[in-house]
Design a protein around this ligand. Structure first.
Ligand code: EPU
Length: 331
């Protein structure tokens, strides 16, 4: 177990915000986690992975906890499937690389997404037509009210678009300790998103798909190791059919996707049409290749990012009447 006091959070958030935390602690086992929860029971706490989907808006006056549990093991195997239990602190992309090497299908479309396994379940990360929930069979957690381990089925996690029970009524109740994924030994393809299929042979391996996804992501999204950002800053809005029809009558070229609960409109399109490409506030800037992303050009402050995000929301509202919701969580 490692506990530090008054530390800079700069290495712990991909937006590269230079703020600090009163305490930082890393636990290597469920017993250590239990210990920390008991020891710091009176203090606000926050569990983070790589800090790749949040914006620290100020110094954090509490304890930030990080899982150093980072192993994966097969827990069940049938003729067609392998179930892999991955601990919360394992970097998601390292897990995916291992699964692709084992020729297992299920998570390859999520290659190169920053973040760790536990947070990926909280956020139900998604890309190229697949969401983490599609492969999650169950989640193991520590119940903070009893300090006992428990298991949540996929249904109990109530996954939605970048959403789960852990972002709502279960906030603070459970700490995810590992996630069990159900992977297929036989090809199960999801290649209909954009031009993913074009770049692939007829019967691609998981690694072929992983490499194609990585190439597409690198061409559109900033590398978090080089440029501060937290990926998509806003969610793609799902609007009523009448709202989409009204916009379509004015903008016939508007892209849209029918969903069970309405019409999804790409936020990137709305932001571009609202004239936000190239917009800046201090060192925070709308990313030129994908306007859904806000980047830190060097010394952006939390205020710079929040000011820019608000200006984008206002411009999009003015242009379309739609209120963009943040995907990035403000702390
Ligand atoms: N578009 C524009 N202008 C642009 C870029 C895109 O108008 O400059 C429009 C185009 O119509 C394009 C559409 O936006 O077809 C969709 O763009 P893209 O395929 O890049 O995906 P996205 O909807 O903007 C979502 C996720 C990404 C994920 C990609 C691929 C959300 C909020 N974002 O972006 O996830 O990688 O699809 O599946 O759902 C993240 O969550 O951090 C993230 C990066």
């Amino acid at each position: 177990m490692q506990i530090q006091e008054n530390i800079s959070l700069l290495p712990h958030n991909t937006f590269l915000m230079d703020v600090s935390a009163r305490y930082w602690a890393e636990y290597g086992s469920v017993e250590e986690l239990r210990d920390l929860l008991r020891r710091f029971a009176d203090m606000p706490n926050l569990f983070i992975g790589q800090g790749s989907n949040l914006l620290f808006t100020k110094d954090y006056d509490g304890i930030i906890l990080h899982s150093a549990m980072a192993r994966a093991r097969a827990v069940k195997e049938t003729r067609d499937e392998v179930h892999i239990e991955a601990q919360s602190g394992l970097v998601l992309d390292q897990l995916i690389e291992q699964l692709c090497d084992m020729n297992l299908y299920g998570l390859e479309n999520l290659s190169h997404i920053p973040g760790e396994t536990g947070a990926a379940a909280v956020q139900n990360v998604g890309a190229y037509g697949v969401e983490a929930k599609d492969a999650i069979s169950e989640v193991q957690a520590l119940d903070t009210t009893t300090l006992q381990p428990c298991t949540l089925t996929n249904a109990a996690c109530r996954f939605g678009y970048r959403d789960s029970v852990f972002k709502h009524e279960a906030t603070g109740r459970y700490v995810i300790t590992s996630v069990t994924f159900r992977l297929s030994k036989k090809p199960v393809y999801h290649l209909d998103y954009g031009n993913l299929r074009d770049a692939l042979p007829a019967t691609p391996s998981p690694t072929d798909i992983r490499n194609a996804v990585i190439r597409i992501r690198q061409s559109k999204l900033p590398e978090v190791s080089q440029t501060g950002s937290a990926g998509s800053f806003f969610k793609n809005p799902v609007v009523a059919e009448e709202t989409a029809d009204k916009l379509l009558s004015k903008h016939p070229a508007m892209p849209y996707y029918k969903q069970t609960d309405g019409i999804k409109i790409p936020a990137a399109w709305l932001i571009e049409q609202a004239g936000c490409k190239g917009m800046k506030s201090g060192d925070a800037e709308v990313y030129e290749h994908q306007p859904l992303v806000i980047v830190n050009r060097g010394n952006a402050t939390p205020e710079d990012v929040m000011t820019l995000a608000q200006s984008i929301q206002e411009k999009v509202k003015e242009f379309s009447g739609i209120e963009l919701q943040r995907e990035v969580i403000y702390i």
